[in-house]
Write a protein that binds this ligand. Structure first.
Ligand code: PAF
Length: 279
């Protein structure tokens, strides 16, 4: 496994693979890897010949009062996990490599970036789309892998790839959960034992909606209030919404198209997101 920190070096390292017609798979991450990321790596190894994992905590997707400075980082551990998972290249640029001085060109996503997290994190998806587009240009993958936990991010990136004619297949990989249902996230490490217990209310609420949907419920309001009913243990609920899976617009009753039930909530000072698909 090679660890590379510059774009020039990355291009050199991938040149011979590209000449040999190898398929390059890409897993973008902000590090502090967990089993969710390793599942993306596994998917990439199955569907490509060379797997590149980027580790970059992207400043432009954090708001002024968010956790950029405290975001968990442990690069030595990330490198070891990647080596053990047979990653070929870890690309770990620093902020100056990604955003050199005078950087001023951003990708502005449209309607998909407005609801849900977009309403609570102004500029977040602009930062995500910009860095993902830049990383795509740096790595030039054939296929890229994203976790479904970041449902709206997947939608924004997929749409960007179509809008900008990026020749990259975007694959969404199902959310990996702890045995008790908590969606894996690097931010889970912020949770105290007591907060972690209360954080389970989020997946419990979403699963209750799935059960009810499977039992035949198609009324949006009922499904949403069922999920909400489980969420009184969180400290600050930002949203629980049922949205059309493709447009992310509010789903309509009776549900007859695939929809995503999405939630975001603070437990203590940690913001957690999760979602399930009702289809
Ligand atoms: O999902 C993440 O970890 C980040 O948003 C991503 C896609 C690596 C862009 O910084």
């Amino acid at each position: 496994m090679q660890t590379i920190t510059t774009v020039a070096e990355l291009r050199r390292a991938l040149a011979s693979d590209r000449r040999a017609g190898k398929r390059v798979g890409f897993v973008p991450t902000m590090g502090y890897l967990h089993d969710g990321h390793l599942t993306l790596v596994e998917a990439s190894r199955l569907q490509s010949d060379v797997t590149v994992v980027s580790v970059f905590v992207n400043p432009t997707q954090f708001g002024p009062n968010e956790d950029l400075s405290t975001y968990p980082r442990d690069f030595a551990r990330d490198e070891k996990l990647c080596r053990d998972a047979n990653v070929d290249i870890v690309f770990a640029p620093d902020a100056r490599e990604v955003y050199p001085g005078r950087f001023e060109t951003f990708i502005e996503p449209g309607e998909l970036a407005k609801p849900l997290c977009g309403a609570f994190r102004p500029g977040h998806f602009r930062g995500v789309a910009t860095v993902v587009c830049k990383l795509f240009n740096m790595v030039q993958p054939d296929i890229a892998f994203f976790g479904q936990k970041d449902f709206q991010q997947c939608a924004v990136v997929r749409h960007m790839a179509v809008d900008l004619n990026l020749p990259i297949e975007i694959v969404t990989v199902p959310t990996v959960r702890e045995a008790d249902g908590l969606a894996m996230s690097s931010r889970n490490r912020y949770l105290s034992e007591e907060e972690r217990r209360r954080a389970l209310a989020i997946s419990r609420g979403l699963f209750a909606a799935v059960d009810s949907f499977r039992a035949g419920e198609r009324e949006v309001e009922k499904l949403v209030s069922l999920a909400k009913g489980h969420l009184d243990e969180v400290d600050r609920l930002q949203y629980v919404e049922l949205v059309d899976q493709d447009t992310l617009k509010a789903a309509e009753s009776p549900l007859c198209r695939p929809a995503a039930m999405c939630a975001a909530a603070y437990v203590g000072s940690t913001r957690l997101i999760d979602n399930v698909i009702l289809a």
